[in-house]
Each structure stands twice: as C-alpha cells, then as structure tokens.
Design a protein around this ligand. Structure first.
Ligand SMILES: [Mn+2]
Length: 462
C-alpha cells in the first residue's frame, strides 16, 4: 500500500474509536477533545521555552501549531481542528500563521476553524472525553470529562501499533541517527572531551534537518559509561579506553534511540572487547527471536542467562549457574530492561511496566506484553561496572558470594557497554531500522581511519 501524503490523523481517530468501543459499547453521547501544548515562556522572561507538541494531540491531528485543539465527533467520525486566533502582535514578530485554507490542505482533518468556535462543538454531546485538565484546556473545563482511564487505554493501544506513515517517519529518524553515530566514531581528532561527542552528534542531526533530539544525548567515557542516563557529558576523554553514546534524532515528532560503543584509540582493550562481545551476543540472540506472539519478558530473561554464562566463562562469576540465576546478581550488572516501545515518545506508551515487580530482573522492564506486528521496540542489552550498583548489590551476601572481586576489578575501567537498535516487529519476524554497524572490527576501522585523517581534516573553527 502506498504511504499516504498526509499524517493519517483521521485513521488514528478511527483507531481510538475502535479501542474505545471495546470498553464503552454505546458511544452515541461521547466525543473527544484534545488540546495541544501551548507556547510557554521562561519565568520572569519573554524568551520562549523549547516547544514540544503534546503527543496524544499530535496523534489525532498531525499539527505542530502551539495552542491548537482537536474535536472528534465519534458519531459522524468527523475530525475538527481548531487553530488559535491570529494575534496581530505575533504577526509583526513571527510572520503570518497558517491560514484556515492552508491548514485544510496540510492536515488530514475534516474541518479547520478558529478556537472561537470551540464552545459550539463542546455543547453537542453530553460527554467530551479529554486526557486531563491543564493550562491549555482549563477554560473549557466545565465541558470536559478528564482522568478517564478508558481514554488513555484507547489512545495507548492505538499508538502501540505503528502504521506505514509512522514507520516511514521512524525509518527516516533512524537513518539520520546512523549518519550521526558514524560521524561521532569518525571524528576522534576533534573529540577530546565528552562535550565534543555530544556536539558532533547534534551538529550532524541538525545538518540533516532534525532540529530536535528525541532525548538528551548520553555521551560518556570510561567509568562514566556505568551511569545509565549520564547527561553531564563534560568529562575529558584523557587516557580512558571506552566511549558509550546513546543518542537519537527525532523526525517530525518520531524518535530514534540508538547506542553505540567504541574504543577511544580504535584499539579494543581485552576487557572492553570481552564485555562488548558478551553484550553483542545478548543482543543478537534476543533479536533473532523477535516476532509476533513472543513474550518480551522471555527475551529479557534470555539476555540475563547469556550474561551469566559469559561471566562464568570470564571468571567474573563463580559457582552454580542456577544459584547465580536465583540470587538476582545478574541485575547488578544488567539493571535495566532489554528494551522498550519506541514511537513519538522515546519510552513510548502501552508497555505497562511493573516497577514493583518482586523479581528484580524484571522490575525495570518497560515492555511487559507479547510482541505484535507493528510495534517498534529497542533491543538494548547492557553490562555495567558501576561502583554504586556493585556496592548496593554486595549488601546482599547471597549475591556477593558469586562474584570474584579480583577478576571483576579488571573490568572497572570499561565502565559499561550497551548496544541498542530500533526494531519493527513484522508479520514473520522483524526489521532492524538501525544501520550503523555494531561489528567491533568495523568499528575499530572506522575509528582508526578517522584518527589517521588528523585534526586539520575536520571542520572545526574552535
Ligand atoms: Mn533506549
């Protein structure tokens, strides 16, 4: 099927209706009303905060204009977009906004009108469902019904399955991200601080038209790689051995989320490569099992089993495999989940995590349901040597006794390794959106080729 020309907001509204109907069979007196984000200013200042469109609103409109709203008539299946009134002052500073006619051409909705008409729509039905009352919609609060779990359920179940249009956006985001990771790996002569890694990634994303990152890039070196969401990004690379960069560009509000690791000199140390190969095996062996119907829990636990086997081979763990498994000590070194849903949000909706799970191996897994065709997930195993996590884990004597501390100490300078790709679940298996290599030999070559080019090869004015 050819990909539609416009963001398929009307189909998305129908998807939401379908899911609502499973919970509310008679929707005849219901409508939906969703408000987008408003443009906010910094406190005591007239400078604008970065604008980020509210994701549920975008799903039902494809519209990035601040201060917009959308109404969906569930009976007539009519989608109406409300634009903010034209403010003359704004026109002077910011230029003319989109006209009603231009908006009708641009967006996949049935009608576009100004916000002054909202009241006449909100009085049509008894119940106008909205996710919550906030600064954007509080003036209509008397007409709205919020905190409706059923609405969130319907929105999340709809967003869970990506259509061809969304998949095309995510492929594009992933492609931009591939190029950025390649640029970072290739530019060691101008990367002597973690900040330079961050700068190189974002520079190449913006050059490709992606002005926003899906999330703050995590750019760490050496022992800093053991901090899962490290965002300081300002340490000298110095004589450290490893880099971990977890960064993803955004394309039209759709995310990519990719992690790569490489040696700073291009030459893997023995310990870095051993951990890298272990993580790579955790990723390959889980990825090849991805297909509809598979329980994500099972793949996550398989990654733990591989970690345990690898640590026994390396001598980091000692003792009985089954007892090691039951002790939970593998979570000291692999504390997060194998992966999460990806979409407009980096940790996308619909995964139903259980952060109170009694099994600590599963506690931080953000996707707790079988895979379905059309889901996009990250496959991102990791192994970390975080002094903080190790100290916490060792408070439990039944974990500590399985670790050979002398052997483990050799791995502390590696900090951590994570490999993360973005995967679409297809009818028969999966498609990997991520193209940047994770092969350690190829990575070594890319880094060394970059180093050989020398500093003067790079565009670098400061
Ligand atoms: Mn991720």
């Amino acid at each position: 099927m050819p990909i539609p020309k416009k963001y398929p907001a009307r189909q998305h509204a129908l998807n939401v209706k379908t899911h609502l109907k499973t919970k509310i069979p008679n929707l005849s007196n219901h409508a939906l009303f969703l408000s987008g984000s408003i443009q906010e200013s910094d406190k005591y200042s007239d400078s604008a905060k970065p604008f980020k469109q509210e994701r549920y609103f975008y799903y039902l409109s494809g519209c990035n204009i601040p201060g917009s709203h959308v109404f969906y008539d569930l009976n007539k299946e009519e989608l109406v977009l409300f634009l903010p009134e034209v403010d003359q002052d704004d026109v002077m500073w910011s230029g003319l906004p989109l006209s009603i006619k231009e908006a009708e051409e641009k967006f996949n909705v049935d009608k576009v009108v100004y916000e002054t008409e909202i009241d006449s729509y909100l009085t049509k039905y008894d119940i106008n469902l909205t996710p919550d009352i906030n600064a954007a919609n509080k003036q209509y609060r008397n007409f709205l019904e919020s905190d409706d779990k059923i609405l969130f359920y319907a929105l999340d179940e709809s967003r869970l399955i990506k259509d061809d249009y969304e998949i095309a956006l995510m492929r594009k985001a992933a492609k931009i991200t591939d190029n950025c990771h390649l640029a970072v790996m290739s530019a060691l002569p101008i990367e002597t601080n973690e900040t330079h890694i961050h700068a190189e990634f974002v520079y190449h994303a913006i050059r490709q038209g992606s002005k926003h990152q899906a999330y703050d890039p995590i750019c760490c070196s050496g022992p800093n790689c053991g901090t899962l969401h490290y965002v300081k990004n300002d340490d000298e690379l110095g004589t450290k051995q490893s880099i971990l960069i977890d960064a993803g560009a955004e394309w039209e509000n759709y995310a990519s989320d990719v992690t790569r690791c490489f040696p700073i000199t291009g030459e893997w140390t023995k310990e870095h490569l051993e951990i890298y190969e272990a993580v790579r095996e955790m990723q390959f062996k889980t990825m090849e099992l991805i297909k509809p119907g598979v329980e994500w829990d099972e793949l996550h636990l398989l990654a733990h089993k591989i970690l345990i086997e690898k640590f026994l081979e390396l001598g980091i763990f000692k003792g009985d495999k089954q007892e090691i498994w039951e002790s939970g000590v593998s979570a000291t070194f692999f504390p997060h989940g194998l992966g999460h849903l990806l979409g407009m949000d980096t940790h996308d909706v619909g995964g139903y995590p259980n952060y109170d799970d009694a099994d600590e191996k599963l506690r931080y897994l953000r996707l707790r349901r079988p895979l379905q065709k059309g889901m996009v997930v990250t496959d991102e195993p990791g192994i970390y040597f975080s002094p903080f996590l190790i100290e916490a884990g060792f408070k439990d004597a039944n974990k500590k006794r399985f670790v050979d501390e002398q052997v483990m100490k050799k791995y502390l300078p590696v900090g951590g390794v994570r490999i993360e790709d973005d995967i679409l679940v297809t009818e028969t298996g999966f498609e990997n959106f991520t193209g940047i290599t994770s092969d350690p030999t190829e990575i070594s070559k890319i880094v060394k080729d970059g180093i050989a080019k020398g500093r003067s090869y790079f565009h670098n004015v400061v």
